[in-house]
Design a protein around this ligand. Structure first.
Ligand SMILES: [Zn+2]
Length: 197
């Protein structure tokens, strides 16, 4: 059901699919989405997905530059491997670190901004377009895991799902993605197995 205030249907689906919650890097990783039967949908192959992604995270859409899908997939693979490593309490492997550093390697300048909560120093890249967007996505990963928060990066316990999410619970106890009710399925499966004994 849609009311007049809801965004257009496809945008609504972007959010209903569980995207657009925590940070751009999580959406990019989850653009490779397995359903609960292990079937894969690659949202990067859907030309509609990228514009919603850009709008959701307020990235200026590069008008003259087509989305560099292959490079986005390389970044996505590095972020997936990086988050899996963090999830297991391991450091990010060197090849993935290299991909992230390549993406972050942009010329630019430090600039002071007056924000509502005071002065902030931010890095402003010379380049605009997709190079800047990819760097911002990689940077969002670093920002998520900064300040010792890497233990909050989780992967759904359902091996067919592997949805990456940020666990905001106080005790860091969340195990399942929320959008595909993997946790419910697991409870049902266990209950059935119990009943059969
Ligand atoms: Zn799941």
């Amino acid at each position: 059901m849609q009311d007049k205030s809801s965004p257009r249907k496809s945008e609504y689906n972007f959010l209903a699919h569980g995207h657009g919650k925590t940070a751009p890097w999580i959406d990019l990783v989850n653009s490779q989405e397995w359903d609960t039967f292990g079937r894969l949908t690659d949202h990067l192959n859907n030309p509609a997905w990228v514009p919603y992604f850009l709008r959701q995270w307020h990235f200026a859409s590069p008008s003259r530059e087509p989305a560099p899908i292959a490079r986005l997939k390389t970044l996505r693979a590095a972020l997936r491997k990086g988050s899996e490593a963090l999830f297991r309490g391991k450091p990010i492997p060197p090849p993935e670190l290299r991909v992230l550093n390549d993406v972050l390697n942009l010329r630019g300048k430090q600039q002071l901004f007056q924000r509502q909560n005071g002065l902030r120093i931010e890095f402003v890249p010379d380049k605009s377009g997709w190079r800047r967007i990819q760097a911002a996505v990689a940077r969002s990963f670093v920002e998520t895991i900064a300040d010792g928060q890497s233990a909050r990066v989780k992967i759904c316990r359902n091996d067919d799902c592997r949805w990456v999410f940020y666990d905001q619970t106080k005790g860091k106890t969340r195990c399942w993605c929320s959008s595909k009710s993997c946790g419910n399925r697991e409870r049902v499966r266990r209950a059935r197995a119990r009943d059969h004994h």
